[in-house]
Design a protein around this ligand. Structure first.
Ligand code: SF4
Length: 81
């Protein structure tokens, strides 16, 4: 992957952090915690100007963790079926 293909990340709404919102914690995460965390992440993604680029990158790389382009792992799997 070339560096230029990641230029979109400069415009990402999450570029200033929030990793803990987009990815699961190291400890066991209960369903309610996960739902609340993912809801927060999706709210950030909703108005992100590079949402499609982000989603495309995640699908292309078969990212198995986290919220990318406003979708979680299961939602991305469903999208590609
Ligand atoms: S769509 Fe969401 S995860 Fe992707 S760059 Fe934008 S804010 Fe970050």
């Amino acid at each position: 992957m070339s560096i230029s293909s990641l230029e979109w990340t400069a415009a990402a709404a999450c570029r200033n952090g929030h990793r803990e919102v987009f990815f699961p914690p190291a400890h066991l995460e209960h369903r309610e915690e996960r739902s609340a965390r993912e809801e927060l992440a999706k709210r950030i993604c909703k108005d992100c100007p590079v949402r499609l680029e982000c989603l495309d990158q995640a699908v292309s790389n078969r990212e198995i963790h986290g919220i990318w382009g406003g979708l979680n792992e299961e939602e991305r799997r469903r999208l590609t079926r």
